[in-house]
Design a protein around this ligand. Sequence first.
Ligand SMILES: [Zn+2]
Ligand SMILES: [Zn+2]
Length: 264
Amino acid sequence: MKLQAAILTQHDKARLIAPVLHRLGWQLSELSSFDTDALGSFSGERARFMSPYECALRKAAIAAELSGADIGIGSEGSFSPGPYGLGTFNLELLCCVNVAAGWAVTGRFYGPSLAQQWHISTPAQLQQALEKVSAGQFLLLQQGSVIVKGLSSTEAKQTALPLLANGAVSLRYDLRAHLSPERQRHIISAAEDLLLRLNSLCPACDTPGFWPDKTVPGLPCQACGSATGSTLEKQACCQRCQHRVAQRVAQHYADPQYCQECNP
Ligand SMILES: [Zn+2]
Ligand SMILES: [Zn+2]
């Protein structure tokens, strides 16, 4: 497949994604004519009105339309509290659409992030916080309506000290992709996931993105044999021709602790 792919220019993401897509033989070009902040800006000054998935899909469709390339790619990152409310997790989505062929495939990364936020009232607290910032990570400083973005640790210290004379400041990670080495690694992981999914073709019609995303419960209980909530099989369904393949999980039985009959 010698295809042209286009991505909206955003925080240097093309540089991260291009080497992965190159392995498919795709050429990636960047489009700078669209303001992605119109879809909601990363630092939250503009309210988001779409889910992260809708946003990535929309960006991909816009990239394809504006460039005239075969493939449009949209990237969207978001941060939210982790499982059980612990820590912060980063979701990175990389959506790839082929408008002419009629398919969309999304690669993803989901995992813990080092992202932190501090409420700071004294120079000593400022120093403590800055010592915890991971290498190469840029920062964002806020006091009331004043927001200063893209600061190195040294710049954050210089900017924060005079502000502290007026009151407390809030210091947090600037998570825009070009300012966060951790996010860059996560975006590359999402691109690797996208590559695997693009290379997985429907056995009936060759459409990419044939992936066992759907889990079906019903694994029988080892003690009594009744169906449990544990996964019995994983299903892949083609988005174009609806061809379906189900794959049984490796285990034959579920532990009775997950059984409604044995352990209600
Ligand atoms: Zn198919
Ligand atoms: Zn049972």
